[in-house]
Design a protein around this ligand. Structure first.
Ligand code: CAA
Length: 240
């Protein structure tokens, strides 16, 4: 059995592509999901990858989820913090709940998963954590003070934890995807999305598999010297 890899939000969108890429690499993949039972069931049927349901923004639920996975499959060596939501809106119309949910899930989820897994990785002397940030955490985005703040926070979290993990063989990196062809991006109003795509030098949206490929590299055995980095995968939309 390969090393156990947990992908949060791992049954849909970018997360689904990441789960498949890590499985193809020989990892024992586990996909976490928050709510879409039907999709999770279909995902397991199609891939053989087990799913575990909990809210990554819930600290206790995350600790319990990782304890269960460890009991079922063994210690978790690889974590991909991919789960995330948007609650877009201009600040003057954004509620505290819209702010708080995005911070709790997108950024809080990274803390919760790391708390549950990093100590074990540190003790065993090997680990890989990849956090999915965003171009909008690097450059900001009109209508996304919550999401941009959370994703920017993820980039800072990554660099800080990378320093703590380095001498224990635990690497911590981030990927900053641009606009990828997923349900999340499809929810952007069409005229707004058209203007965004017009600004992507490569001339198209990205594919989820293109993010997954980067995750597969950063979690590989050979990537031990890459830590604290943020890899932009955005079609040249923002060069940082
Ligand atoms: N820059 C400057 N002005 C902008 C703007 C921008 N990027 N976008 C919109 N505006 C302006 C509009 O032109 C409009 O101005 P006027 O009133 O003078 O005409 C005004 O802001 C209001 O625009 P909307 O009619 O769109 O306002 P709204 O309140 O209905 O919606 C919004 C605002 C929710 C922010 C909407 O514009 C939107 O959804 N924008 C897309 C946000 C986005 O890119 N989200 C990314 C989601 S995908 C993701 O997050 C994944 C990832 O990591 C990349």
């Amino acid at each position: 059995m390969g090393r156990v890899a947990v992908v949060t939000g791992g049954t849909r969108g970018i997360g689904e592509a990441i789960s498949l890429a890590l499985q193809a690499q020989g990892r024992t993949v586990v996909a976490n999901y928050a709510g879409n039972e039907a999709k999770a069931k279909a995902f397991t049927e199609a891939t053989g990858i087990p799913t575990y349901r909990w809210d990554v923004g819930d600290h206790e639920a995350t600790l319990a989820g990782i304890t269960q996975i460890t009991a079922d499959l063994g210690p978790v060596d690889i974590v991909v913090n991919n789960a995330g939501i948007t609650r877009d809106g201009v600040l003057h119309r954004m509620s505290f709940d819209d702010w708080n949910e995005v911070m709790r899930i997108n950024l809080g989820g990274c803390f919760n998963l790391a708390k549950a897994t990093f100590p074990g990785m540190r003790e065993r002397g090997w680990g890989r954590i990849v956090n999915i940030g965003s171009i909008n955490g690097q450059a900001g985005q009109y209508g996304q003070v919550n999401y941009a703040a959370a994703k920017s926070g993820i980039h800072g979290f990554t660099k800080a934890l990378a320093q703590e993990g380095a001498k224990f063989g635990v690497t911590v990196n981030a990927i900053a995807p641009g606009y990828i062809d997923t349900d999340m991006v499809a929810a952007v109003p069409a005229p707004v999305l058209e203007k965004i795509v017009a600004k992507i030098p490569v001339g198209r949206l990205g594919q989820a598999a293109e993010i997954a490929r980067a995750v597969a590299f950063l979690t590989s055995e050979e990537a031990g010297f890459v830590t604290g980095s943020t890899m932009s995968v955005n079609g040249g939309q923002h060069m940082y």
